[in-house]
Every structure is written in C-alpha cells, then in structure tokens.
Design a binder for this molecule. Structure first.
Ligand SMILES: Cc1cc2nc3c(=O)[nH]c(=O)nc-3n(C[C@H](O)[C@H](O)[C@H](O)COP(=O)(O)O)c2cc1C
Ligand SMILES: Cc1ncc(COP(=O)(O)O)c(C=O)c1O
Length: 221
C-alpha cells in the first residue's frame, strides 16, 4: 500500500466493505504466514479478560460478522458460553493497518461447522478429537498416545492424506457479530488515521442479529 493511503473522506456509511477489502488485501499479498490471524479477547470469571490468537476463517461483510473455529470446551469456548461479548484485533504490519472489532458471539450452525471441519487436513481433524484443549496434560507422550488412539478409532494411518473423521460435537465455529469496528492506518510522526463505526444489534434468530445504522467517528491517534 502507498504510504499515507488514509481512510476515505468523508467516511463511508458502512465500514464493512473497506474492512473486507483490507482482509482480502492481506491474504492476497500474503503479508505474513497467517494473514488471517487475530487476537481474540474474551471475558472470564470475575470479568477478567483473556486473549489468544485464532484464525479468522470468514468475513461476512453483508451481514456483518466474522467466523473462527475452536473447541467449545476450551478456555475461550467456556468463557464465550458464559459471556458472549468478545473483541478481536487484526494487525498487518506490512500494510500499516490495524482493525479492532467488538461484538457478541453465537455458535455457528452445525452444518457450517461440519463443512469447515471436513475441509481441514485429516491429521488436524484427528488432533481435534485427541486434544482436550486447555485442559492439563501430563506429558507430550501422553498426548501422542491420545492422538494414536483417535487415529486408530477412525482408521487413519500416521501419514494419511485423507480419511473419514467426523466433527467432534465439542468443536465448531463462532460468529462474532460486529457492533463496533475501528480501522487504523499508520502515519508518520505517530499521527495515525483512525475512525470507529458503531451500531446497535439485537438478536433476531438462533444465529442472526438485526442491526441499526452505522455511526462513524474519526478519532485522534
Ligand atoms: C497463528 C495461530 C493461529 C491459531 N488459530 C487457532 C484457531 O483458529 N482456533 C483455536 O482454537 N486455536 C488457535 N490457535 C491456538 C490458540 O492461540 C490457543 O492456544 C488455543 O486455542 C487455546 O486457547 P484457550 O485456552 O484460551 O481456549 C492458534 C494459535 C496461533 C499462534
Ligand atoms: C488448535 C487450533 N485449532 C484450529 C485452528 C484453525 O486453523 P485450521 O482449521 O486451519 O487448522 C488452529 C490454527 O492454528 C489451531 O492451532
């Protein structure tokens, strides 16, 4: 990206097409090994925040949510089940861009999780059965034994390229519905370009929200 390629003036009514463009720019330019990586923050007991990296597997810019996949019994999975509020941050250093998202999660429909799980490498599918994500583990050898047992259960050889491994019921997607999104562009002298868009959303179905209009605000850096 050219330096000083700032946010449009006036700001667009919806930030989502621009966000989707930034996300696809980062993937197309392969700016880093995992350009779809984002830090995901959740709320734990006593309102303590916790954060970790996950991969953003889909940007749904028409409806206004993003999707990531994980173990529903992991720490993040349990925290999101208890408190549905979450925040995510993407940063593409080479593009001098940052995106901050805040919103509410719902689990993805089972068919969508099935479809994504089926697209994963077979050993990643075996691993999802073997790993009780975020639970204590005695040793690496203990995990290797669990991986071997899961592979045997589904008839998958150690060097297999494919196999029939169904999705574990405790593994699937979350849709993070966007209520607030900030787009940030780096600028010389730390005089960066920032704008935030907010909207209200209300649950309209098991997986869906209806959303009000966006309100945009430029911010000091
Ligand atoms: C680049 C990268 C991508 C990752 N993507 C995912 C992911 O999409 N889903 C996931 O469950 N864990 C992913 N992880 C592992 C998580 O960061 C984390 O270690 C794990 O999910 C356990 O988090 P928790 O104990 O907070 O639930 C990724 C880690 C890295 C470094
Ligand atoms: C534990 C775990 N689950 C899920 C993912 C999501 O990516 P993929 O479905 O491409 O394996 C990752 C990516 O690093 C991961 O580490």
């Amino acid at each position: 990206m050219a330096q000083n390629d700032f946010l449009p003036e006036p700001l667009p009514a919806s930030p989502l097409p621009l966000f989707a463009q930034w996300f696809s720019d980062a993937r197309a330019r392969a700016t880093q090994p995992n350009p779809d990586a984002m830090v995901l923050a959740t709320v734990g007991p006593n309102l303590a925040p916790s954060a970790r990296v996950v991969l953003c597997k889909r940007v749904e810019d028409q409806a206004g949510y993003i999707v990531f996949f994980t173990n529903y019994q992991s720490r993040k999975g349990r925290e999101l089940t208890e408190h549905s509020r979450a925040a995510a941050v993407m940063h593409w250093d080479v593009l001098q861009r940052q995106v901050r998202i805040e919103g509410t999660v719902v689990r993805s429909p089972a068919e969508e999780s099935d479809a994504y799980f089926a697209s994963r490498a077979v050993l990643s599918r075996v691993g999802a059965w073997a790993s009780d994500q975020s639970q204590p583990l005695g040793s690496r050898a203990e995990l290797a034994t669990k991986v071997e047992a899961a592979a045997r259960r589904f008839g998958v050889a150690p060097n297999a390229q494919d196999g029939q491994v169904p999705r574990p019921p405790h593994w699937g997607g979350f849709r993070l519905w966007i209520e607030s999104i900030e787009l940030w562009v780096e600028a010389p002298g730390r005089v960066h370009d920032r704008a935030v868009w907010n909207r209200s959303i209300s649950r309209s179905g098991e997986y869906t929200f209806s959303a009000g209009d966006w309100k945009s605000t430029r911010l000091n850096p």
